[in-house]
Design a protein around this ligand. Structure first.
Ligand code: SF4
Ligand code: SF4
Length: 435
């Protein structure tokens, strides 16, 4: 819980350790910034994360669900303990249900505490997507000044409250896709929470002294009662099991009481329970690490060799070119620059190959703040005869004057009756000229 709260506040190199900012359209992770132009990098990151989860699951079962998923962590270690304290555990809660005491003082107090916690968790959750700075603005300003922020926060708080008050394990059973993958992610060698049926069966309450023909399970159902997803682990591996291990604790307590060794329910694998040897080398424990290493190393190589800016050149909107009153042909060229260099930069745009023409660039150099993308247009005016077969090849160069320079070949559009005459020589680029 401390980690979930702390992550959005941690800064690496001045950037959030994790921020998936939808308003800014960027993803910050461990000091790196992924922009919308980094689709390949992002896909490699996602792919290696998913393969990493596959590998973890193949080796250790649903370790994520039981030990790290916010749903389990908050539900089992925060919301349910509060409920037990106020309502007296499972039996107490059922009694209040039977008495229809939905508005009794203990239940109302629970709802109020849940609401306050949900409000806090909503702030933490949204900090991952809007950043702590934006969150501070939302928190300190009136809802009338920040209606969007207020509505998003209110909806998130209500959703979290409903999830932890009513929906609970249904999130794992119905909403979460990871649970559905289990049947293909696990094999018989994966570590799971398992009931030792060889030792436990035949189960039964039995008598003292317990006959040797009976197993160690006294059928007290403590493991069933404690299970948050309501399953009986003695029926074998089930998709609903989130590996919270509460049945292990419950059964160990019973085993202590009846003087039997602990571990009737324990971490084990299906093959180990059947008395077979542990096999670490299996196709999936070889192929998953290979795919993981390949994807991650490709991503890192691309990441460390990435230029400090991305330049995209696009045609102007509407007609490919226009003819001015004096007969010259005008082309609009849009230039999009994404600055990923770690500092604000001034990008100078120059155009070669337009001799005899005039270039108007409203903002040149273009100042682009660190981690942002800006777009500008240049307007190229050329005499009609400057086009051969309706086109003219030029090159556009964008440079920050220090670390970054790129050249983009481009074709200006014009009438097909031009003759390709480029003999006159006026300056090709006119920075800072007003449009
Ligand atoms: S069967 Fe055991 S480990 Fe699985 S969800 Fe239920 S209590 Fe948790
Ligand atoms: S808690 Fe243990 S002894 Fe009791 S029913 Fe479950 S497996 Fe059997």
């Amino acid at each position: 819980m401390v980690l979930f709260f702390a992550i959005p506040h941690i800064r690496i190199g001045g950037k959030p350790a994790f921020l998936m900012s939808f308003p800014k359209r960027e993803f910050n992770l461990m000091g790196w910034t992924f922009l919308p132009t980094d689709t390949l990098l992002f896909m490699l990151f996602l792919f290696s994360s998913i393969i990493g989860i596959f590998l973890l699951t193949a080796l250790f079962g649903r370790a994520w669900c039981g030990w790290a998923c916010p749903q389990t962590v908050y539900l089992e270690f925060l919301f349910r303990p509060i409920e037990r304290l106020l309502e007296g555990g499972y039996a107490g809660s059922r009694k209040l249900d039977r008495e229809k005491a939905f508005w009794g003082p203990r239940r109302v107090l629970k709802y109020v505490i849940y609401a306050l916690l949900s409000l806090f968790l909503a702030h933490t959750f949204l900090a991952y997507f809007v950043g702590t700075e934006q969150l501070a603005v939302w928190v300190t300003q009136s809802p009338w000044d920040q209606p969007t922020g207020f509505v998003v926060m209110a909806i998130t708080t209500i959703a979290i409250w409903y999830n932890f008050t009513y929906f609970r394990e249904q999130t794992c059973l119905i909403a979460c896709p990871y649970g559905r993958w289990q049947s293909v992610l696990l094999d018989k060698q994966s570590i799971i929470v398992a009931y030792d049926y060889l030792r436990g069966e035949p189960r039964g309450k039995g008598t003292e002294p317990r006959p040797d023909t009976m197993g160690d399970c006294i059928d007290c159902k403590a493991c069933v009662t404690t299970c948050p997803t309501g399953i009986d682990i003695r029926n074998g591996l089930q998709m609903e099991c989130v590996h919270c291990t509460q049945c292990i604790d419950a059964c160990d307590t019973i085993m202590d009481k009846v003087g039997k060794p602990r571990g009737l329910i324990r971490y084990s694998s299906q093959e180990a329970l059947a008395g077979k040897a542990r096999k670490l080398l299996r196709p999936r424990t070889v192929l998953y690490p290979l795919a993981f290493t390949l994807a991650l190393s490709t991503m890192l190589v691309l990441l460390f060799n990435k230029e400090t800016a991305d330049v995209t050149v696009l045609r102007g909107l509407g007609a490919p070119f226009s003819e001015e009153a004096d007969g010259t042909i005008a082309n609009q060229v849009r230039i999009k620059i994404a600055n990923r260099g770690g500092a604000d930069a001034r990008y100078t745009i120059t155009l070669d190959g337009a001799l005899g023409g005039r270039v108007i660039s409203p903002e040149n150099p273009l100042i682009v703040s660190e981690g942002t993308t800006r777009e500008t247009s240049i307007f190229v005016l050329l005499p009609r005869e400057g086009f051969a077969n309706g086109e003219r090849a030029v090159t556009i160069t964008v440079s920050d004057g220090a670390r970054f320079t790129t050249t983009v070949p481009w074709r200006l559009q014009g009438p097909s009756d031009g003759n390709g005459d480029t003999r006159t020589s006026t300056p090709a680029t006119t920075p800072d000229e007003a449009p």
